[in-house]
Design a protein around this ligand. Sequence first.
Ligand code: NAP
Length: 168
Amino acid sequence: MKSIVVVDKNWGIGKNNGLLFSLKKDMAFFRSQTLNKVVCMGKNTLLSFPNAKPLPKRVNIVLSTKEIFDGCIMVKSLDELFEEIKKYPTDDIFFIGGARFYETTLPFVDSVLVTKVDSDGGAEVFFKNLDADFDWELISESEAIEDNGYTIRFAEYRNKNKKIYGEK
Ligand SMILES: NC(=O)c1ccc[n+]([C@@H]2O[C@H](COP(=O)([O-])OP(=O)(O)OC[C@H]3O[C@@H](n4cnc5c(N)ncnc54)[C@H](OP(=O)(O)O)[C@@H]3O)[C@@H](O)[C@H]2O)c1
């Protein structure tokens, strides 16, 4: 079970319910990681997609306490989410945002795939700064790559203190 996120130099992830940057190579990376897998998200992230449609060729699980969307498996709570994802191999499960969803599920993921963009995107919503948290360890980071005029790096952080949902 992993989160996958793209962050700016301040760990910013979004503004105006959209992404901060348009990044071709990062999009390709996201697709390669998640294709034919299970993507789990909060409602606002689904709403941020073109026409609020689920991502093709993936199982889309969406958390909302209020609404139902076509083509998605809807869950109403974290309890329901963690019950639902038991049906799939753990390695196939990706938590794809947004800010609130990442925050509440972060203790339970094995690792986070972080695309780091070396720019300030003027974000309104943020991911936790994993460099400033003892529970998280940087286990890999790529060389700098040019993507649509930005400098990016693909990194992975491991959760050293992973919690099992529902256990104290
Ligand atoms: N940089 C990236 O990699 C990345 C990835 C994804 C999203 N984003 C950005 O993140 C921003 C959206 O973040 P967000 O925090 O507003 O939205 P979000 O987490 O996608 O969705 C929030 C909504 O989902 C439901 N929800 C999510 N977590 C919940 C929880 N733990 N318990 C109960 N309900 C929960 C609630 O819906 P109800 O009100 O219906 O109950 C809540 O209002 C956008 O700017 C988006 O572009 C960035």
